[in-house]
Design a protein around this ligand. Sequence first.
Ligand code: FAD
Length: 231
Amino acid sequence: MENNNKPVVNLISKPANMLKTIYTACRTCYSALSPYEIYNSTDDEEKMLTLIERVISSGHYSTIEHIQVSFAISNVSRACTHQLVRHRHMSFSQKSQRYVKEKGQFDYIIPPTIAKNEELKAKFVEFMEEISKLYCEFTEAGIPAEDARAVLPNAAASSIVASLNLREMIHLANLRLCTRAQYEIRTLIKMMCDELIKEEPWLKPYLVPKCERLGYCDEDKSCGRMPKLEK
Ligand SMILES: Cc1cc2nc3c(=O)[nH]c(=O)nc-3n(C[C@H](O)[C@H](O)[C@H](O)COP(=O)(O)OP(=O)(O)OC[C@H]3O[C@@H](n4cnc5c(N)ncnc54)[C@H](O)[C@@H]3O)c2cc1C
């Protein structure tokens, strides 16, 4: 079935003491105190943030790898999840097209460029219905779902649990919030960032397109948001 085309994203796990954990990791490198003494030494957020910002800006990224977050994601296309799973420092558990047999019309995502054109949208929907009929014909004939899925399109909707550490989260945001990234994964990553920023507002300056952190655009084709490096 056609759905509302918008990813559904929920942050389902993150450490409660994120700042304190990173602060402990940062200060352990430069302190005579034991990590646990450092952990119990302060609750002063401003003090912790000052150190954390200095350490991250100097590229000491291992300190933020201690933080793991997990997202429950649904209503995204297989094309989108395929882009997501290219990120090698993430862990995934995705709805299986082998074990979950489609019953009737499968859910699918219509790209907005197609959805806004009534005529093309109608053709798109009709084609999804044809695919569904063929898929059902195969499964009813005893073809296992793992083989019948060969006819399912990139547009088929999927669900995935994605976990990653904070270093990878910043990397993911820097790459995939860039306007060069495709709209659907850009939307998904923006929603993941927003979920996390809601809980940890201090992360906002880090969860941005790479040009905002670099101060320039390093892409061949620039959207103009930042000057190109040669300029
Ligand atoms: C706009 C855009 C267009 C794209 N177009 C294409 C395309 O046309 N075709 C295509 O195949 N892919 C494409 N990709 C995917 C891209 O090539 C990467 O596979 C994907 O973005 C993951 O990025 P990454 O390797 O930096 O990140 P991750 O896999 O998340 O890794 C994070 C970082 O860890 C380090 N790292 C990870 N693994 C290794 C390793 N084996 N060796 C050394 N260092 C490592 C690197 O520093 C890397 O940046 C595109 C991505 C974007 C954002």
